[in-house]
Design a binder for this molecule. Sequence first.
Ligand code: GMT
Length: 379
Amino acid sequence: MRIGITCYPTYGGSGVVATELGIELAASGHEVHFISYSQPFRLSGRDDGIFYHEVPVSSYPLFEFPPYDLALASRMAEVAEFCDLDLLHVHYAIPHSVSALLARQMVAVKGRKLPFVTTLHGTDITLVGLDRSYLPITRYSIQESDGVTSISSYLKDKTVTDFGISRPIEVIPNFVNCDVYTPISDEDVRAKARAKFATPDEAILIHLSNFRPVKRVVDVVKVFAQVEREVPAQLVLVGDGPDRSAAEWLAHDLKINDKVHFLGKQDRVNELLPLADLMVMPSTLESFGLAALEAMACKVPTIATRVGGVPELIEDGVTGLLFPVGDVDGMATGALRLLKDRALLDAMRDAARRDAQKRFCASLVLPKYVKFYEKILGR
Ligand code: GMT
């Protein structure tokens, strides 16, 4: 198949899933064309079977807001024609599904079919999409998509309830490449890599996100502050965003800044995650929680909040621990319980990796997307 993929190319879960999907599809022989305003950050630019088409967005004094969605629709229609695309797969409804809808109509005039699949990821439904200024067009473009998938049952139900969507929505969970996201089996190699952040007797807690308010990064620092009072530990924070400085201030205020490592945006998180003992994900909401899955695949259980689709990913007490939003004390106590009981932590580490392999490996989830595309194409 020749598949066009559109996503937000910057750091964020939906862009990561879209990019990893494109990489996996290309690896299994499909031709993948990314259409976006810049190259998705996890693409090397040299992958076989993957092409990138930039969307130029011209500015003009009259345009207070350059119309990216229109430029995107034009580019989608062009790429569909020039590269003979079979379908478009857009990630994050706003504005991608609207642009795809326009592109489908544009090429239809020329007798070409361009069905499109919309994958719902989270804030496109739970936050931005509910804004009155976007809700009607988001609902319309979801309803008019040729296929709609959602990354969790939670998000599917939310879409049906909040948007009044009557068309079918298929749940296809997020996935991880279990060969790329994998524990470091050689203990000496792992110990050497960990030494960059911690001494051998110190635990490493990790957090990975775009540091938006919904991620509650400040809670990560608060949890860590309680943990390191009882157990020698270091905190590694991967990512960047609006709440980074609040977290930095708090680390200084609490005088733990020498134990908190802000690494900023990192491309190869698969090399960092296996160094940790625990991941902390105290979000207000996660429709899935891809960062926790990536950690699980690296044998790192997550201390998380019981929100959205997280309980579909993490089994409380088995592959991680779940707490109410804002329960810093609970999360710290839970982390300490694991860090003080090596056998318990090791059992949870093994269970996390096993579950990621059993339910969320790319090799299991990719065929679901391919089958879905085939259904849409009537094959
Ligand atoms: O919250 C983010 O990191 C950004 C957002 C996105 O669409 O880029 O993430 C959403 O999609 C991810 C991938 O499917 C999910 O793992 C996240 O849970 C989801 N975020 C929220 O629901 C807040």
